[in-house]
Design a protein around this ligand. Structure first.
Ligand code: URA
Length: 210
C-alpha cells in the first residue's frame, strides 16, 4: 500500500497552487490552474497501479510491453468542487469510468448531507480514485468513502488539493486503508471548518458563485 498521506511538493504544483490561493485570481484562471495541477496530481495518485504485459509488435520486433492490469479505473467526483479536479484527471486517464457523490455540508453542523450517488458497476474490481479539492473536517470525505465501500469498492485512493491536519487525522481513523494524495497540508481549520490559510470556498472560487 502507498503511504497514508503523500504531499506532492513538486515546484510546478506549488507555484500554481500559490496563484490559486491568491484572492485576486479570477475564476477562469483558477479553473485553468486547477486543471493543470490535476494532471500533475493524477500522475502521483496513479503511481504503483497494478501492471501486466501484453505481446505487441513494434516496427522492429515482437516484445512483451507493459500495460495497466485489470478493469478500467473509476474516478469519483465529490460534488460539486470535485468536478474541477475530475476534468484534469480525466484528460490523463480518458478511459476511466466516472461516478458522482453528491454531498453538501450543513453549515451549522458541518455534517455531510447526501443528495446524489451514481457510480460505475463492478466497483470491487476497480481502483477507485475519489476526488475533492478540499479535505477540511474530513466529514464529507469519510462519508463519501463509506458510501463507496458500501457500493463494493475495495481499493480506494483520495485525491485533493489542500488538506487540513484535522481532516487527514479523521480519514486515517475512519479509513486507514485509503491513501491520500494532496498538494498541501495547511495549518488548521477555522472555527467554521474552512482551511487556513486555504483558498476559500473551492466551489465558489471555481464557479464564481460568491
Ligand atoms: N471547503 C472549501 O471549499 N474550503 C474550505 O476551506 C473548506 C471546505
Amino acid at each position: 500500500m502507498q503511504e497514508h498521506f503523500t504531499l506532492v511538493d513538486h515546484p510546478l504544483v506549488q507555484h500554481k497552487l500559490t496563484k490559486m490561493r491568491e484572492k485576486s485570481t479570477s475564476s477562469a484562471v483558477f479553473r485553468q490552474l486547477l486543471r493543470e495541477i490535476s494532471h500533475l496530481l493524477a500522475y502521483e495518485v496513479t503511481r504503483g497501479l497494478p501492471m501486466t504485459t501484453t505481446p505487441i509488435e513494434t516496427p522492429m520486433e515482437a516484445m512483451e510491453a507493459p500495460v495497466l492490469k485489470g478493469k478500467k479505473l473509476a474516478l469519483v467526483s465529490i460534488l460539486r468542487a470535485g468536478n474541477g479536479l475530475l476534468d484534469g484527471v480525466l484528460e490523463l486517464i480518458p478511459s476511466a469510468r466516472v461516478g458522482f457523490v453528491g454531498l453538501y455540508r450543513d453549515e451549522k453542523t458541518l455534517q455531510p448531507v447526501q443528495y446524489y450517488f451514481k457510480v460505475p458497476k463492478d466497483l470491487e474490481q476497480r481502483v477507485v480514485i475519489a476526488v475533492d479539492p478540499m479535505l477540511a473536517t474530513g466529514n464529507s470525505s469519510v462519508k463519501a468513502i463509506d458510501l463507496l465501500k458500501e457500493a463494493g469498492a475495495k481499493d480506494i485512493r483520495f485525491l485533493c488539493l489542500l488538506a487540513a491536519p484535522e481532516g487527514v487525522a479523521r480519514m486515517k481513523e475512519a479509513h486507514p486503508d485509503v491513501a491520500i494524495v494532496s498538494a498541501a497540508l495547511d495549518r488548521q481549520l477555522s472555527d467554521i471548518g474552512y482551511i487556513l490559510p486555504g483558498l476559500g470556498d473551492a466551489g465558489d472560487r471555481m464557479f464564481g458563485t460568491k
